[in-house]
Design a protein around this ligand. Structure first.
Ligand code: NDP
Length: 306
């Protein structure tokens, strides 16, 4: 589908749930073809502590793994787990031929060095795509395991915009897990890419030049209509929990980094929160687990021939 500025007063709502179901159907077909060769992809998920959001993410990931036929192994620990024990678990999972993907749910407790944990995962099993070998390879255009959230955003953009070559994409946020890999993927798709961050001057004016806007800031509804060119396509990565009143009691609701209602009156298309990027992240975790399985099979065959 190609989106162009229209007379329509409201932007098209980009349905991340429906797109994620399409990705998951592709993954399930791939898992079935591996099963014909007697291979069952295995995903180990490690959760430390009681962070409620992390618990929900892990539960959703395990459910989706089961739904597509990926065997999942769950490792839960309380937040006093010593770093050395976590690293020795990762070393064991790295050696286990039935484990093809390893995901350590972030954030980790303060006493654990997050980078040490990320770098301890075998890059061939790094289904989050956070290891330096994968991060560097992504910038060099190599076929590595790329982070799930930006890969999901790219799929949404391809399905929404069609051709991406030559489009000007502005990414608000430069984190290692979203903003930077998103820039690498959009460059590889021949977009012109601008990255904004907390020190950018006139960020809204720069963003208004974009055909495509990716918001990955972590600030509730920071981007309003003033940040958008009419007809822009907007991908809202942010997940922010804000307090609100509901039925007389204090409740929370999720909002993105973009003011959805205001942006909908200017943009051509926009992802909602929830129901936009979130489901795509999980779908591409499943895709990465299958990709990792095939990668390790190729490595094993090459090692056998050597
Ligand atoms: P980080 O906190 O790691 O990065 C935030 C980025 O936003 C930084 O680069 C920061 O700049 C930039 N920033 C902060 N304030 C401003 C500002 N006023 N103007 C411009 N840039 C600013 O966040 P993450 O990338 O990890 O996550 C971003 C959001 O995406 C969060 O809401 C998170 O929950 C969500 N998320 C959603 C996922 C999903 O599956 N949907 C997956 C991962 C994240 P600087 O570098 O200068 O500090």
């Amino acid at each position: 589908m190609s989106i162009a500025p229209t007379e329509s007063p409201l932007a098209t709502r980009i349905d991340g749930k429906a797109c994620a179901e399409r990705v998951l159907a592709e993954v399930a077909a791939d898992v079935a073809s591996l099963a014909a060769d007697g291979i069952v992809p295995g995903l180990a998920v490690v959760l430390i502590g009681e962070d409620p959001a992390s618990q929900v993410y892990v539960r959703n990931k395990l459910r989706k793994a089961e739904a597509v036929g990926i065997r999942s192994l769950e490792y839960r620990f309380d937040d006093t787990l010593p770093q050395a024990e976590l690293l020795s678990l990762i070393a064991r999972l790295n050696r286990d031929p039935e484990v093809h993907g390893i995901l350590v749910q972030l954030p980790l407790p303060d006493h654990i060095d997050e980078d040490a944990v990320i770098q301890a995962v075998d890059p061939a099993k790094d289904v989050d795509g956070f290891h330096r070998q994968n991060a560097g390879g992504l910038w060099q255009g190599l076929p590595v395991l790329a982070p799930c959230t930006p890969t999901g955003c790219l799929r949404l953009l391809k399905e929404t915009c069609g051709e991406l070559a030559g489009q000007h994409a502005v990414i608000v946020g430069r984190s290692n897990i979203v903003g930077k890999p998103m820039a690498a993927l959009l460059l590889a798709a021949d977009c012109s890419v601008t990255m904004l961050h907390s020190k950018s001057r006139d960020a809204a004016a720069l963003c208004r030049q974009a055909d495509i806007v990716i918001a990955a800031v972590g600030r509730p509804e920071m981007l309003d209509a003033d940040w958008l060119k009419p007809g822009a396509v907007v991908i809202d990565v942010g997940i922010n929990r804000i307090a609100c009143d509901g039925d007389g009691e204090r409740r929370h609701r999720l909002v993105g980094d973009v003011d959805f209602d205001a942006a909908s009156r200017v943009a051509a298309a926009i992802t909602p929160v929830p129901g936009g990027v979130g489901p795509m992240t999980i779908a591409y975790l499943m895709q990465n687990t299958v990709t990792a399985t095939r990668l390790q099979r190729r490595q094993a065959s090459a090692a056998a021939l050597a």
